[in-house]
Write a protein that binds this ligand. Structure first.
Ligand SMILES: C[S@@+](CC[C@H](N)C(=O)[O-])C[C@H]1O[C@@H](n2cnc3c(N)ncnc32)[C@H](O)[C@@H]1O
Length: 235
């Protein structure tokens, strides 16, 4: 898979892409990540990419020609072009899985007050939000999407990284992950549930299912029931 990130802060993305699971996926050739500086698509020698909004108001707006040309320079036919934006669909595990099936993703990071609306009309096929809060730029959101997507590409995770039992995964029936423990068996008066030391794998698995269910009931009951419209809400 090729992931293109279009940004005004390429260094911020390059550093993050060089480490951990994503860095390893790039190293072994499972993923190609290309970070492009939106300033290279400026129409003037000063590298201007933004301008004041028509109608007035605070904040600067990213100009349509800059972003549209940047997208058109990297996008292959059929690839999703995803704007990172608070107005996008809230990012979820299902979306990461869906996106991991594509050959290319183009992630467009905003800054300042945001995008000229015509960018959406001309080149954007999807819009993703990291949550109901406002970041200063789309880079952290693009990197979060990249990480979650790359983890789902077969071959990316070593046996150390167990995606199948992670929160929201099919292995966890879409629920939160169970509680986990490692050595020492006792720490500051706190022990480890006996069953985990028993060697009885079936019993351990049953305990983990219970733990996952109890944690989900307590913290995210919405994942268990009710909200049928919510992707991931249990039907
Ligand atoms: C200061 S924000 C602009 C916010 C915009 N005026 C609004 O209220 O929707 C600058 C950029 O950060 C990114 N951004 C901010 N919050 C985000 C979020 N929750 N999810 C994804 N991207 C976000 C977007 O790319 C956005 O264009």
């Amino acid at each position: 898979m090729r992931i293109d990130i279009l940004t005004l802060f390429p260094e911020m993305c390059r550093v993050a892409l060089s480490t951990g699971v994503v860095g390893r996926a790039i190293e072994v050739g499972l993923v190609e990540a290309v970070v492009s500086d939106l300033r290279h698509f400026s129409g003037d020698r000063h590298g201007t990419v933004d301008d004041a909004p028509y109608g007035g108001g605070a904040g600067m707006i990213l100009q349509a020609p800059v972003v549209v040309q940047a997208v058109e320079s990297v996008r292959r036919p059929g690839a999703p072009v995803i704007l990172l934006s608070p107005a996008g669909r809230p990012f979820r595990q299902e979306i990461a899985e869906e996106l991991s099936g594509h050959d290319q993703l183009v992630l467009v990071c905003g800054r300042y007050k945001g995008f000229d609306e015509r960018i959406r009309e001309l080149v954007v096929s999807d819009e993703i939000s990291l949550g109901d809060f406002v970041l200063s730029g789309g880079e952290l959101a693009a990197l979060a999407v990249t990480d979650a997507v790359v983890r789902r590409i077969p071959g990316t995770l070593g046996s150390m990284d167990s995606a199948d039992s992670d929160s929201f995964s099919h292995g966890r029936a879409g629920l939160l992950d169970a509680a986990w423990y490692t050595r020492p068996p006792e720490y500051r008066g706190l022990g480890v549930p006996e069953v985990l030391l028993s060697g009885d794998h079936a019993a351990i698995e049953r305990w983990r299912e219970q733990s996952s269910l109890a944690r989900t009931k307590a913290r995210r009951p919405d994942l268990l029931d009710g909200d049928k419209d919510r992707p991931g809400g249990r039907r």
